[in-house]
Design a protein around this ligand. Structure first.
Ligand SMILES: [Zn+2]
Length: 348
């Protein structure tokens, strides 16, 4: 054995080797590399809808890639420059690490931080988080077990649904359409309800997802898609369209469904990572809709959302309908790929 490896700790973590080839394998435990780093002991992590793009081979995989960008847990160790969190605290961070001080962060767009780093190794028991001061937010105390799923959801899926609703300018009394019945879409429904929307139309043809959408506050369900779906939305809104549409899928069809379901002057918040989406300039011009979206600046919303979860106002953890031990992560990916599960929570 090489003397340099003596005493080095290893962990087992999730690695994607190629399409539908997820392995849980040994690698070096993360360590503090920069004084601004923190190491956290993961309490729970999960599989993201966006993990399915490389899993399905739609996004290319360049060699074995560690996976996971949603996380919460207990701070284990911090670098010498970290001042805002300390060992023993329960923390949540965004999938983009950010300094939270640069002009883009100050403007509330931490996911466009000038020093952003994508977190890619969270489906593991230990995680190195760069820029800990600007990325992690501590909860008021160590949460009870039953709060952990909802707190984990804030790391991406709930923060993303919330951003979709924000970007779509959801306001009290408004009519909102949600395109996409994955976890983000469902939490977009919850967000719209929390922001006071009067009418929330969820587009879904899956019964169990329709049920959860209603639980989260959907007032109407539309099962049609594409042009038929748009026609149904127009029917439900006196021919005008919705004030706000949340696009939570990222395909050409879902994007057009969102834009065409929105009234002139209305807003589309799009958070589905676009895959092959192309917009026609002329159609966009005459649609008169506002378009805003992108990777959600989750860090902006964490304090407010932690407060809502901590005080029992929202329960976004309900989207986790399958909980597995982390070493069964491959089954978690399969369950989501086959739409047997809405979202899979993994416990180290
Ligand atoms: Zn920044």
């Amino acid at each position: 054995m090489n003397t340099q490896t003596i005493g080095r700790q290893t962990i087992r973590g999730t690695v994607l080797y190629g399409p539908r080839d997820i392995r849980f394998e040994e690698r070096d435990a993360p360590t503090i590399l920069e004084p601004t780093d923190a190491i956290i002991r993961i309490s729970a992590t999960c599989v993201c809808g966006s993990d399915l793009w490389p899993y399905r081979g739609i996004s290319p995989v360049a060699g074995p890639s560690p996976m996971g960008h949603e996380y919460c847990g207990i701070v284990d160790e911090v670098g010498s420059a970290v001042t805002s969190v300390k060992p023993g605290q329960f923390v949540i961070g965004s999938f983009f690490a950010s300094d939270n001080t640069c002009p883009n962060c100050q403007a509330g767009y931490q996911s466009s931080c000038q020093h952003k780093e994508f977190v890619t190794t969270a489906q593991a028991p230990l995680l190195r988080v760069p820029l800990a001061d600007g990325t992690l937010v501590a909860t008021p105390g160590v949460p009870s077990e039953d709060l952990v799923p909802s707190l984990l959801a804030l790391s991406d899926v709930m923060g993303t649904g919330w951003f979709a609703a924000h970007a779509a300018n959801v306001k009290p009394g408004k009519t909102v359409v949600v395109v996409g019945d994955g976890a983000v879409g469902l939490l977009g429904v919850l967000s719209a309800r929390q922001m006071g929307a009067k009418r929330i139309i969820a587009m879904s043809r899956n019964e169990s997802r329709q049920k959860l959408a209603r639980e989260f506050g959907a007032t109407d369900i539309v099962t049609q898609r594409g042009d038929e779906g748009v026609a149904r939305i127009k029917e439900l809104t006196k021919g005008i369209g919705a004030d706000s549409a949340l696009e939570c899928v990222g395909t050409q069809e879902s994007m057009m469904q969102a834009i065409r379901s929105t009234r002139p002057g209305g807003y589309v918040g799009y958070v589905g990572v676009p895959h092959g989406v192309e917009l026609n300039g002329e159609e966009l011009f005459y649609s008169h809709v506002h378009l805003h979206g992108g990777p959600a600046p989750v860090r902006r919303f964490l304090p407010e959302l932690i407060d809502l979860v901590w005080n029992g106002k929202i329960n976004p953890g309900k989207v986790f309908d399958l909980i597995l031990p982390l070493d069964q992560v491959a089954e978690g990916y399969r369950a989501m790929d086959e739409r047997r599960a809405i979202k899979v929570l993994l416990r180290p």
